[in-house]
Design a protein. Structure first.
Length: 74
């Protein structure tokens, strides 16, 4: 089982995209975890890479996400 863990992208979707692509070089990722501060970034990438089809993306809000996020994630 392979897990990819990301955090703190703070709006830098280009670097997050590169990290997702690089993580896939190790094989098929079973679970993606995002540990906050840019939660909308990982949701954007999940849609872009069709990661939500398998419901294998888990994210938690960071301290900056509570005040800067336009969305309500639960």
């Amino acid at each position: 089982m392979l897990c990819a863990i990301f955090s703190d992208s703070h709006g830098d979707t280009i670097s997050l995209e590169k990290a997702i692509i690089k993580s896939r070089a190790y094989g098929e990722i079973d679970y993606y975890f995002y540990l906050g501060d840019g939660i909308s970034d990982i949701l954007y990438m999940a849609i872009k890479f069709d990661l939500l089809l398998n419901k294998n993306v888990f994210a938690v809000k960071g301290n900056n996400d509570f005040f800067n996020s336009k969305f309500n994630y639960e």
